[in-house]
Design a protein around this ligand. Structure first.
Ligand code: ADP
Ligand code: MG
Length: 396
C-alpha cells in the first residue's frame, strides 16, 4: 500500500479527527447490523491507547433538509461504547462553539462522536467554511471510511486536503485487498461477476478483461450477453441498454488473454416466486414465458472447478436470485467454493456480501469488502478523492 497509516506518523497525545463509516441500518432506534462499527474499532482503540483525543465523524443515511431525528447518531454511540468498553460522548452538532468547547474539555484517550455530518448542507458541497470549522478541532485527520471515499465531501476530502492526513486500519485493509487483486494477484486470477445490470458493471468487466485470467459471468446480466449472441432469453430480466454493452465486452474478450465464461445451463421458472415451477435448461433453450433465475448445475460445477484452481478469486454480484431459497444454489456453490479455495479470496459489493453473510461463510473469506460502490469504483480504476488526498509513503 502506498498510503501512510496511523502507524507511520506520531499520533501520541494529538487531537485526531477520524472519518468513519457508521452508515448502519437502524431498526426501532437501535443498530440492526454493527459490522461497520466493529470495523472501525481497531483504529479507535489504537488512538486511545496512544492518549489521543479521538473525534469521530460519520454520515448516516440521506437526510433531505438538515437535522432529521430518525438519523441521529445516538444509537451508534451507544453500540460503539459497548464495543470499546469506554464511554463515548455524542454531540448534537457537527461543528460550532459547543463542539469546540466539548473538544476543549476532552482528556487523553477520550472518544467523542460528532452528529451526522449530512445534517450540514455544507458537507456534501465540500464547503471550505465547514472544512475550516472542523479543521480547528484536530491536529491530524484519519480516514477510515473507505466506503465513503468515492465522495468528495468535507469530511472525506476537504479535511484530508487541510490537515496531515493518513489512513486508518480498515481503510488500509480494503486498499491492501483490492490492490492485491489488481496489482499483483496470485495466478490464476479468477473473477466471478454476477448481479443485475451489465451497464453498472461494464467498467469492472473491462478492467478484469485486462487483468484477470478467467472471468465467470452469472446473474441477470448473463441475459444481455445471450441476447447479444442472438439467443432467446424468455421472460428473464433483461436490460435493453446492456445488450450493445455486452456485445462490446464479447468483442473485447475475443482478443483478450482473459477467458470470458458464460453460463451453459440455467434454472428457469414460470414466475418470479419461491414456489414457481422450475426446470434446468441449456442456455440455448430457454422456453418462452420462462425466466432464468439461477445458473444451472453444470455451470455451477464448472465455476466451482475454476475457483478451486485459482490463486486468487474476486467475486462481485450474486449469480442468481439468492434471496429465494429455490434459486440460491448457484450463489451458494460459488460462496462455498471460495470458502474452500486455497487461494486469496476477496468478496466485494452490497448484495454479494449479504449473500456471504446469509450463508455464514464471511469468516472463510480472506477479505469481505465493506466498500460497496467505492470498491467497484476503485476496481474500475477511478481515483477516489478520500484515498488520493491521504499522504503517500515516502512523503515528508
Ligand atoms: P452487488 O450488490 O453484489 O454488486 P447487484 O446489485 O449487481 O450485486 O445485483 C444483485 C441482485 O441481482 C440480487 O438482488 C439478485 O437477486 C439479482 N439477480 C441475480 N441473478 C438474477 C436473475 N437471474 N434474475 C433476476 N435477478 C437476479
Ligand atoms: Mg447491489
Amino acid at each position: 500500500m502506498t498510503k501512510k497509516t496511523v502507524r507511520d506518523i506520531d499520533v501520541a497525545g494529538k487531537r485526531v479527527l477520524v472519518r468513519v463509516d457508521f452508515n448502519v441500518p437502524l431498526e426501532d432506534g437501535r443498530v440492526a447490523d454493527d459490522a461497520r462499527i466493529r470495523g472501525a474499532v481497531p483504529t479507535i482503540q489504537y488512538l486511545c491507547e496512544r492518549q489521543c483525543r479521538v473525534i469521530l465523524m460519520s454520515h448516516l443515511g440521506r437526510p433531505k433538509a438538515g437535522p432529521d431525528d430518525t438519523l441521529r447518531l445516538d444509537p451508534v454511540a451507544m453500540r460503539l461504547a459497548q464495543l470499546l468498553r469506554v464511554p463515548v460522548r455524542k454531540l448534537n452538532e457537527l461543528s460550532g462553539p459547543r463542539v469546540e468547547a466539548a473538544v476543549g474539555a476532552m482528556k487523553p484517550g477520550d472518544v467523542l462522536l460528532l452528529e451526522n455530518s449530512r445534517f450540514d448542507p455544507r458537507e456534501e458541497k465540500n464547503d471550505p467554511s465547514l472544512v475550516d470549522e472542523l479543521a480547528r478541532l484536530g491536529d491530524i485527520y484519519v480516514n477510515d471510511a473507505f466506503s465513503a471515499a468515492h465522495r468528495a465531501h468535507a469530511t472525506t476530502a476537504g479535511l484530508a486536503d487541510r490537515l496531515p492526513a493518513v489512513a486508518g486500519f480498515l481503510m488500509e485493509e480494503e486498499l491492501v485487498a483490492l490492490d492485491g487483486v489488481l496489482a499483483e494477484p496470485k495466478r490464476p486470477l479468477v473473477v466471478v461477476l454476477g448481479g443485475a445490470k451489465v451497464t453498472e458493471k461494464i467498467k469492472v468487466i473491462d478492467r478484469f478483461l485486462d487483468v484477470a485470467d478467467q472471468l465467470l459471468i452469472g446473474g441477470a446480466m448473463s441475459f444481455a450477453f445471450f441476447k447479444a449472441e442472438g439467443l432467446p432469453v424468455g421472460s428473464s430480466k433483461l436490460e435493453e441498454e446492456g445488450i450493445p454493452v455486452a456485445a462490446a465486452a464479447l468483442k473485447k474478450a475475443a482478443k483478450a488473454p482473459c477467458q470470458l465464461a458464460l453460463p451453459s445451463d440455467v434454472v428457469v421458472a414460470d414466475a418470479f416466486a419461491e414456489d414457481a415451477a422450475t426446470q434446468v435448461v441449456p442456455v440455448e433453450a430457454i422456453p418462452e414465458g420462462w425466466m432464468g433465475l439461477d445458473i444451472g448445475p453444470d455451470t455451477a460445477a464448472a465455476y466451482v472447478a475454476a475457483i478451486g484452481r485459482a490463486g486468487q478469486v474476486f467475486w462481485n454480484g450474486p449469480v442468481g436470485v439468492f434471496e429465494m431459497k429455490a434459486f440460491e444454489a448457484g450463489t451458494l456453490a460459488v460462496a462455498r467454493a471460495m470458502a474452500d479455495c486455497c487461494g486469496v479470496t476477496v468478496v466485494g459489493g452490497g448484495d454479494s456480501v449479504a449473500a456471504v453473510n446469509q450463508f455464514g461463510l464471511a469468516d472463510k473469506m480472506d477479505h469481505v469488502s465493506m466498500g460497496g460502490g467505492a470498491s467497484l469504483e476503485y476496481i474500475e480504476g477511478a481515483v477516489l478523492p478520500g484515498v488520493a488526498l491521504l499522504a503517500d509513503r515516502g512523503e515528508a
